[in-house]
Design a protein around this ligand. Structure first.
Ligand code: 3HC
Length: 287
């Protein structure tokens, strides 16, 4: 049976994007976040994007109103009633995610798939937090900005059932995405390839190979990247990049090639996280 109503756990950038994409494709989405500020930011983002879609003639006013009506915002999982799917999109931290998985298992019906948008953490490890529901746990990794990026990286854990996998592929397609499988290694495929490239751009900057603007221009003009690697790091969040590198370092035999660059770590420790804090490698305070 097609998925009709999903709970999106976390109203940050990824959670907002996933819920918007569901709603614009006819699926009800309930955003769950304990942080009221985050919830109202998610709502503002949804309304702005729907209004923009009308302005750009990608949607009629009526379609936009329907999409907005399919979105709701609550501060606890218990308030997300009647969902047939849950996707966790919280901070990239194993302990936090495991706690949320236990709550998801306790709250939602036994038939509900428990998906995670983790960008790097082992699905099998996360599933071990909910032994009775392991067959319903799966990685459903979206990309930022979710409404624009076509991919969903689909990662099965050791005990994920074929039924859960098939349903994940079906839901991804009904959200207008292209699901592609990857195996359950730290960082999967996307971040195993992307993050060392971003980290290497920091090494090139640290070694004085070029200034950040020039590193990015070289990669944009020479490799047709839509954003240079340092601009992309700010866009993703420098803290997220550091955390993903650390998950890969720990999860891939503590191979030193996955250690985050010192400049990257220093920026994070100084609170310069990229777009979201107004300062990262580049400054965004003046937009
Ligand atoms: N939400 C919805 N739509 C958005 C958006 C957002 N946050 N940001 C941009 N868009 C839409 C715009 O509305 C616009 O569509 P329109 O012209 O029809 O209105 C379209 O995208 C293009 O946007 P802009 O004209 O503002 O800007 P650009 O042409 O420069 O594109 C970009 C912006 C799509 C972000 C492009 O620069 C890009 O593709 N960058 C690379 C992004 C990327 O690599 N993402 C993956 C990150 S890795 C990840 O997410 C995995 C994680 O695990 C780390």
């Amino acid at each position: 049976m097609p998925t009709k109503k999903i709970a999106v756990i976390g109203g940050g950038t990824m959670g907002s994007g996933i819920s918007l994409t569901a709603a614009t494709n006819g699926i009800h989405a309930v955003v769950v976040d304990v942080n009221e500020v985050q919830l109202s930011k998610a709502k503002m983002y949804h309304e702005k994007q729907c209004a923009r879609a009308v302005l750009k003639e990608r949607m009629t006013q009526e379609e936009s109103d329907v999409a907005v009506s399919k979105l709701s915002y609550v501060s606890s999982m218990q308030e997300a009633e009647g969902v047939d799917w849950a996707i966790e999109a919280a901070t990239e931290n194993v302990a936090i995610k495991k706690k949320l998985f236990i709550q998801m298992q306790d709250t939602f019906e036994d038939s509900v798939v428990l998906a995670t948008n983790t960008s790097s953490i082992s699905i099998t490890d996360l599933a071990s937090a909910v032994p009775e529901a392991e067959h319903r746990v799966i990685g459903m990794h979206f990309f930022n900005p979710v409404p624009v990026m076509k991919l969903v990286e689909v990662i099965k854990g050791k005990k994920t059932s074929e039924e859960t996998t098939a349903a994940t592929i079906a839901l991804s397609e009904s959200m207008g995405k292209i699901p592609v499988p990857a195996n359950d290694f730290a960082g999967f495929v996307s971040n195993r390839v992307l993050m060392p490239m971003i980290n290497e751009a920091f090494h090139a900057w640290s070694d004085g190979v070029a200034e950040p603007e020039d590193i990015d221009s070289i990669m944009k003009l020479g490799c047709a990247f839509p954003m240079g690697p340092l601009r992309l790091a700010d866009y993703i969040g420098l803290d997220v990049c550091r955390d993903i590198m650390m998950v890969m370092y720990e999860g891939l035999n503590q191979n030193e090639k996955y250690l985050p660059n010192e400049k990257l770590v220093a920026l994070v420790e100084a609170g310069n996280l990229g777009d979201k804090s107004g300062q990262g490698v580049f400054n965004y305070e003046k937009g």
